[in-house]
Design a protein. Structure first.
Length: 253
């Protein structure tokens, strides 16, 4: 018995400190080649399956070097918070000179869900993103208001019509405020810095007001006083953020 306990104690630290890693993946989705990081927990999920988080990076991380995607947010902090360690995390990389396209992102998420069908809790799929990824988050939930369990757009906004011709974005893929109002039951926590000069806080405020008018009772808005564009570092390093996000379950539709 003593020998068994000794072996157990010696093995315990390696078990407790087992690290989750980001796997490099490539996939052609909706005619677009996407590279993405995929983090999958070790072992087996409970009977409901693992939750899934989609993370959308900002404009500065676009390109073909996936190491850039690890600079901010969940891919960087994958082993810091238990909620991330126990979730499947998808972190796609937007190609250079492009923008987050809702249909492409949804096709990617659904492909991952399909390939891990029995291991994902389909009522616990979440989305978050920063800056350009914040825009992508708003757009994705406006197009798919009943798919996600909760969303957290950070220093983002809605319309990018001024970029439509430059980026060759199809009109059906652009953000429309009326579509966002359909997300009136979705728990959303919005973050922005009051001194943001890259994406002014007013970009978030307009969307928050629209959701309030639509009757969203599960809406939160955090304004970081005196903070510029980087409102993501303190958000993604806050344990209460993950507790809030992963506490939600999608209402059956």
């Amino acid at each position: 018995m003593i020998k068994f306990l000794l072996v157990f104690v010696l093995c315990l630290p390696s078990f407790l400190h087992a690290k989750q890693s980001n796997k490099v993946m490539k996939k052609e989705v909706s005619g677009q080649k996407l590279k993405y990081l995929l983090s999958i927990p070790e072992g087996q999920p409970d009977k409901n399956g693992w939750p899934l988080l989609l993370f959308l990076h900002g404009a500065g991380e676009r390109g073909s070097d996936l190491e850039k995607v690890k600079v901010h947010g969940p891919p960087k902090l994958i082993n810091k918070f238990p909620q991330l360690k126990n979730a499947i995390v998808i972190s796609p990389q937007c190609p250079s000179g492009s923008w987050w396209i809702p249909s492409t992102l949804m096709a990617l998420v659904k492909e991952v869900v399909k390939s891990h069908n029995n291991k994902i809790d389909k009522n616990r799929i979440y989305i978050t993103g920063l800056s350009m990824g914040g825009y992508g988050t708003w757009n994705l939930i406006s197009k798919n208001p009943n798919y996600f369990a909760a969303a957290a757009p950070i220093c983002g906004g809605g319309s990018v019509r001024s970029l439509r011709n430059v980026l060759s974005i199809n009109d059906s893929e652009t953000f429309k405020l009326e579509e966002l109002k359909r997300a009136k039951e979705l728990p959303i926590w919005v973050f922005h810095g009051s001194k943001d000069t890259v994406v002014p806080q007013s970009k978030s405020e307009v969307l928050v007001e629209a959701l309030k008018e639509a009757g969203n009772k599960s809406l939160k808005f955090t304004s970081y006083k005196g903070v510029g564009h980087d409102s993501w570092t303190r958000t993604y390093n806050n344990k209460d953020f993950y507790k809030w996000l992963f506490s939600h379950r999608r209402k059956n539709k």
